[in-house]
Ligand binder design. Structure first.
Ligand SMILES: [Zn+2]
Length: 103
């Protein structure tokens, strides 16, 4: 029941966002959020250790530091842009393209 209610809430939130976005003429692109908070938005290195705390991100590979939510948002934006561009040939976005269904 908890699973059902939790998913229902996300489904309803998604429907609200889609409704409001459509009314404003804004396209909605769904992307796979997996590891978006553990992946460096600068170099692409992904590791659990990158996420030092709930609010701070520090890349173990290149040293990039940022607010963890900001870093994850940049990753989600890149995935959305890549999945939106059907002919994207970028090596860096190849894995994102495979994981990012567009509905
Ligand atoms: Zn990095």
């Amino acid at each position: 029941m908890r699973w059902l209610l939790g998913n229902w809430a996300f489904l309803q939130l998604r429907q609200f966002i889609a409704y409001k976005a459509e009314a404003a003429g804004v396209p909605v692109v769904l992307v796979d959020p997996r590891n978006s908070s553990r992946t460096c938005s600068v170099c692409g290195y992904c590791a659990k250790a990158n996420r030092k705390s709930q609010s701070s991100f520090r890349c173990q590979e290149c040293g990039f530091e940022a607010n963890a939510d900001f870093n994850a948002a940049v990753n989600l934006k890149a995935r959305g842009e890549c999945s939106d561009a059907l002919l994207c040939r970028s090596e860096a976005h190849a894995s994102n393209q495979a994981q990012a269904p567009v509905l």
